[in-house]
Write a protein that binds this ligand. Structure first.
Ligand code: TXA
Ligand code: MG
Length: 355
């Protein structure tokens, strides 16, 4: 244990957009900004998931992120900014026209754009690529922290590599205690799933990672249909990028997906897992038909089928909770891939992959 990790909790009434001035004066923010300027790591809330920040202009500071998370070196990081002027420190050349449109509409918010990188960005952030990922988070604590530190922050999700992203400060504690000096607790991350990553460098933009901002909303603003990058299988990718072959977003308990759309499926599950300890993670609508199984299985409601955003907000916390129970299997209901449902299913597919 290198550090005695401290959690600083901010008063909930200050975690608001209109309280930025007061937030900047909070001890936790000033302490965190000092640590970041000294090259240390700080975990902080964003509206998507908690991030693990380091000074993006210093290689030695950024290198600590990979060590603390156990993150493969070949997986590049997102640079977080609080004001548009900070883009100048990061990007090479002018913004692509589509980027301007998206920034105007969706920043601050759960959108990360890939642009050409400028020389000030150390290669450790981008895993040697000539592009860089940039995002302006909307969370008031993230904005206050970046502003107080006065530097852009390189920040991945604040979990150990491979586990579900943290949506609460306690999740960060579980994964990173002893590895970092400070966690700022700003309450639950509202969206609960990571930002959407879009590459705007080519003629046709490409969604590299579905996330908190839906494809439909991006398409409405750009006036074009967007492609989503295909999932790369572990085998294909092996020679290129070994880090990505690991399971992502995964609980330690094996996870299976199921449609729960036929009564026979339930009968099959009951039969197959008769003597096993199983959790069924389902929508409220499906749960109503499962009451007779409540003695055999743990049934957890992840939200309503009519609100994929609600499901996104709960998902990672549920997977982490269930992991504590050391079950034989977690079976999760599939939801339609519309809106943020696409990001939810993307994470679930990856979590269900066997190494
Ligand atoms: O919501 C989020 O994006 C959170 C919060 C903390 O901002 N951050 C986050 O970071 O999810 P991370 O490191 O867990 O995921 C970053 C993603 C990875 O899929 C990475 O491969 C991709 O962004 N990425 C980063 N730089 C890239 C680049 N230059 N080209 C392509 N993909 C890149
Ligand atoms: Mg991550």
């Amino acid at each position: 244990m290198k550090y005695h990790t401290v959690i600083e909790k901010l008063p909930q009434e200050l975690v608001r957009e209109d309280q930025l001035e007061l937030l900047l004066r909070e001890r936790a923010i000033r302490l965190a900004a000092d640590l970041l300027r000294q090259g240390e790591l700080v975990a902080f809330p964003t509206e998507t998931v908690y991030g693990l920040g380091a000074d993006a202009t210093r290689s030695e500071a950024v290198a600590q992120i990979f060590l603390a998370k156990g993150r493969p070196q070949d997986n590049p990081l997102i640079v977080h900014i609080a004001r548009e002027e900070q883009l100048k420190q990061i990007i090479a050349g002018p913004l692509p026209p589509l980027a301007e449109e998206l920034i105007k509409t969706f920043w601050p918010g759960p959108l990360t754009i890939i642009v050409n990188k400028n020389e000030a960005i150390p290669p450790v952030i981008t895993a040697g690529l000539d592009s860089v990922a940039v995002r302006m988070p909307a969370h008031p604590v993230a904005r206050a922290l970046i502003t107080a530190a006065g530097i852009p922050l390189a920040a991945p999700s604040a979990n150990l590599s491979g586990t579900p992203s943290p949506t609460l400060a306690t999740h960060v504690w579980t994964d990173l205690q002893g590895r970092i000096p400070l966690i700022i607790d700003g309450g639950p991350a509202r969206i609960g799933i990571e930002s959407t990553v879009i590459d705007l460098r080519a003629q046709t933009p490409l969604i590299l990672r579905p996330g908190g901002l839906s494809r439909e909303r991006l398409e409405a603003v750009l006036g074009i249909e967007l492609e989503v990058a295909a999932e790369i299988t572990a085998e294909e990718e092996k020679p290129l990028s070994p880090g990505m072959k690991y399971r992502h977003y995964s609980p330690a308990t094996p996870l299976l997906l199921n449609n729960f759309d036929r009564a026979e499926q339930l009968a099959e599950i009951s039969e197959q897992y008769r003597d096993k300890r199983i959790a069924l993670v389902v929508t409220a609508e499906t749960a109503r038909g499962l009451e007779h199984l409540a003695n055999n299985f743990k049934v957890v409601v992840m939200g309503s089928r009519s609100s994929p955003a609600g499901i996104a907000a709960n998902l990672f916390a549920i997977l982490r909770e269930l992991d504590h129970l050391k079950l034989d299997k977690i079976i999760v209901e599939m939801i339609p891939e519309t809106g943020i449902g696409m990001a939810v299913m993307n994470r679930l597919h990856r979590a269900s992959k066997v190494e």
